[in-house]
Ligand binder design. Sequence first.
Ligand code: URP
Ligand code: ZN
Ligand code: ZN
Length: 474
Amino acid sequence: MDYDVAIRGGTVVTASDTVRADVGIRGGRIVAVADVIDGARQIIDASGLLVLPGGIDSHVHIAQASGPGIVMADDFASGTASAAAGGNTTIMPFAMQQRGRGLRECVEEYRELAVGKCLIDTSFHLVISDPTPTVLGQELPALVKAGYTSFKVFMTYDDLVLNDRQLLEVFAVARREQALVMVHCEGYDSIKYLTERLEAEGKTAPYYHGPSRPQIVEREAAHRAISHAELLDVPMMIVHVSGREAMEQIRWAQQRGLPVYAETCPQYITLTEDDMKGLNMDMTGAKYVCSPPPRDKESQAAIWEGLQQGVFHTFSSDHCPFRYEATDGKLNPRGRTSFRWVPNGIPGVETRLPILFSEGVSKGRISLQQFVALSSTNHAKMYGLYPRKGSIAPGFDADIVLWDAKRRETITQSKLHHGSDYTPWEGFEVVGWPVMTMAKGKIVAENGKIIGQPGDGAILERGRSPYATRNAQH
Ligand code: URP
Ligand code: ZN
Ligand code: ZN
């Protein structure tokens, strides 16, 4: 027997090609892509199915401390099970530094939570919230060398916001260490001002989360971040872009030749601010509260424009799961009623690929190649996992999803595996669905059933991102 597994009769799709081919797997890696593959211990019939690189979701939050008493709904076991059921084979969560604490000790804590729990491979970005001289001069450079080659900074949130001087200092380390800096672009002071004004007017329902951080606040922060990055001549990734205004800033930067990259998410092509109205402005609107907030139909069109034109490199979930009904969940945030206290974030790691496929490929907005690039290949390239992850060719990990392009499904909470007690896409109809997810040659999920075990997934260190180097070839 030459192969452990042969995937036979399917159509292999990569970011560059669509070919009818069999895939031969040995030792967890792809060793052959050929017309016919014989001689395997296990044969998987993929006739009528697409054979795609497993999804890589480079923006998820798992088991992250989110404020006093607020617990995220997924640990690494449930989060990676949900990801696998949704066709993903790698996730990239955040190891978040809490103010007053060393970066290294925070990273160790997240690693401990993850080791032995993950069903699929997992690799951490860092979050820098307290850029002390020790963090910038010692801990961060050492962690980058140890394989934590990307880190996120925030321009808002009381516990996380960095001022302009601090942003510049972090950007300078990113440049020196050739790490990729990811930026959450929303302006802290404007949000605070608008929030207080809305509350003073008695506008406290979840719906007002949107007006408290309108597009102009995101646009201003995006422009400021771009300017800082240009000043220091450092590449940058702007995450979770929600609408036209920020997208146009990024496109403007790219047209000027700046190495500014961008990510968007399912919520910005499918949800709108009206979802946060809930039923007659009640608390059910809290189920859609995330930051930046969903915008309007025109913004959705702008996001598609950005996806089609290549302004966006990655399409991630920003999975940030909270429960609705739990104590300190979205319904009753710390016993307070204002939108300000609703935990920010929505679950979506399991629904990201079906939504992009259905709204993108099935509706003719993007090609199969764009789908694979946006959901897998570009994530691997952007964050230093390529050429181990993100494509189907000899030498790559056998991270593969078998995809039924014709299958119609209605997204509903009972089908999902996340720890949240709801999905923002309840009742949303899709065409295209993952039927089998294989990670490193082993089936981890099949038709909604979880087959993988905690510990099957490794915690990966990564190489430098080629995108983090100015003028690099990628
Ligand atoms: O609302 C969101 N997106 N929560 C997750 C944290 C973040 O900013 O990505
Ligand atoms: Zn963010
Ligand atoms: Zn996020």
